[in-house]
Design a protein around this ligand. Structure first.
Ligand code: FAD
Length: 448
């Protein structure tokens, strides 16, 4: 079956993340026919994935069904299907069942994926944190490890240590949360000792994109929370029960969290479009792809040139949301017979949460650095805005987040068995269908 564009406009959006949803909402607001295709029937909010992985939020709270998001946009049709091919010439996508959906315009918003840089064993045994399914897989892996150890203190002792690869925001946030959680569990006597949470990075500092002051802050806070940091060190190989580092040391562990790099979604390789750094689609200033009229690429899947200096914009939620919206505006301009305009990014700053009561942010033109509750307030503002594209009740998120930031260690432990939920107050029918591919725990593999 081929869905033809017909005579009128019809925009095909590949990907329902922050960028794709922002595009489709803007086009739907203007009554333009859109088909949005995503392998999942829900939109996922990546900035809160580590809370799901560390049992502090249920997965459903950060995954919202696309159909709910577009309920008030009758011209936006959603297809839940894997896209297996993209033909930029005909602005069409081929779906897993063989259907072809073609449009007058194509917006590629397929996001990114973990990049393992060919490290042996990493793709097989490390846990990436890119999707809700990834976060669930990591959470279930922990649970499986703990269940398999039961009351056996010796076996418990064997499974508590985690290696986190990558000192960017993902690695720092995961390491902070894990260190806090295992220290609190140990203080309550639930486990014999806190886990050894070792963060490894090839670089000289944590949070490389930030200023020296923030590098120092993140380092001190992580150490204070009980994490161990090893810089100027890479991972040579990952095994089910250990990690080899390139300084020759071997760290016994059954849990490796991979926050070590990102590249474009795999589908990009099939498009034949010009690609550069990270395998991402190179776009022009107006977000179109050179030589392919009507084709746009936005968000994490694209190398978007900055408008102030040479280089490309970082893979950030606000870049994704704004570029998605801008591509839609350019399509609307094209439909009105006007030329597309170059994308102007409104910089919202960079920020990371290192644990409860610990956050760092750099905001404004001169990257003013703030720490602690002020940084957290900045984080909240930006993330409430990112969520507002898919949720109307951002106040529920704000009250959950303040509570999360303030809560003490005992509450952390309590929440690990019964996470405090974000009171979205959804319809029961609005449940996303989250399926997690089973992967035997390395605990089993290692013990087999
Ligand atoms: C762990 C983590 C924490 C982060 N924290 C922050 C933060 O605190 N602040 C911030 O600003 N940014 C943060 N980011 C970055 C931010 O989340 C991303 O920049 C943003 O989500 C990118 O949006 P996107 O729409 O381009 O891609 P995505 O959100 O990745 O969406 C891509 C969509 O395309 C779909 N898709 C891909 N390929 C196919 C296919 N072949 N067929 C069908 N569907 C497909 C996927 O299912 C997905 O829904 C974080 C990222 C991660 C991974």
């Amino acid at each position: 079956v081929t869905t033809q564009p017909g005579d009128g406009p019809h925009v095909v959006v590949l990907g329902g993340g922050l960028a794709g949803v922002a595009s489709a909402l803007r086009l739907g607001d203007q009554g333009v026919p859109v088909t949005l295709v995503d392998r999942n029937d829900y939109h996922q909010f990546q900035p809160l994935l580590y809370q799901v992985a560390t049992s502090q939020l249920p997965a459903e709270d950060i995954a919202r069904p696309h159909r709910t998001i577009f309920r008030a946009h009758p011209t936006v049709a959603v297809r839940s299907a894997e896209v297996t091919g993209v033909d930029a010439g005909t602005r069409s996508v081929t779906l897993g069942d063989g259907d072809v959906v073609a449009g007058s315009h194509l917006v590629i918003a397929a996001g990114g994926r973990a990049e393992y840089f060919g490290v042996p064993g990493a793709a097989e045994y490390a846990y990436p944190l890119y999707s809700v399914a990834d976060a669930e897989r990591l959470r279930l892996h922990f649970r499986e490890l703990l269940d398999s150890a039961g009351e056996d203190q010796e076996r418990l002792d064997d499974i508590l240590d985690v290696v986190v690869v990558g000192g960017g925001p993902t690695g720092v946030e995961v390491a902070g949360a894990l260190a806090e959680l295992t220290h609190a569990l140990a203080a309550l006597g639930a486990i014999p000792r806190p886990g050894r949470i070792l963060l490894v990075d090839r670089g000289n500092v944590l949070l490389g994109a930030f200023s020296d002051k923030s590098h120092e802050y993140a380092h001190q806070r992580l150490v204070k929370q009980g994490a161990e940091i090893r810089l100027r060190t890479g991972v040579a190989a990952v095994h089910p029960d250990r990690v080899e580092l390139d300084d020759g040391s071997v760290i016994p562990t059954r849990t490796v969290v991979w926050g070590g790099g990102e590249s474009a979604a795999t589908i990009v390789a099939t498009t034949g479009l010009p690609s550069g750094r990270g395998g991402r689609v190179d776009v022009r200033a107006d977000l179109t792809v050179e030589g392919h009229p009507g084709v746009y690429a936005v968000g994490d899947v694209a190398n978007i040139p900055t408008d102030t200096e040479p280089g490309v914009l970082p893979q950030l939620g606000s870049v994704a949301q704004q570029s998605g919206r801008w591509a839609a505006d350019n399509i609307l301009r094209e439909l009105a017979g006007q030329p597309p305009q170059p994308f102007r990014y409104k910089d919202k700053g960079i920020m990371a949460m290192i644990g409860r009561n610990a956050a760092v942010a750099e905001v404004g033109k001169h990257r003013h650095q703030v720490e602690g509750p002020v940084a957290f307030a900045a984080w909240l503002g930006v993330h409430a805005m990112l969520l507002s594209g898919s949720h109307s009740k951002t106040d529920a998120f704000l009250s959950w987040a303040w509570d999360y930031f303030d809560r003490d260690h005992a509450a952390v432990v309590e929440s690990s068995t019964a996470p405090t939920r974000i009171a979205w107050g959804e319809d029961e029918a609005d449940v996303p269908h989250i399926s997690v591919e089973h992967r035997p725990s390395p605990a089993r593999a290692g013990n087999a």
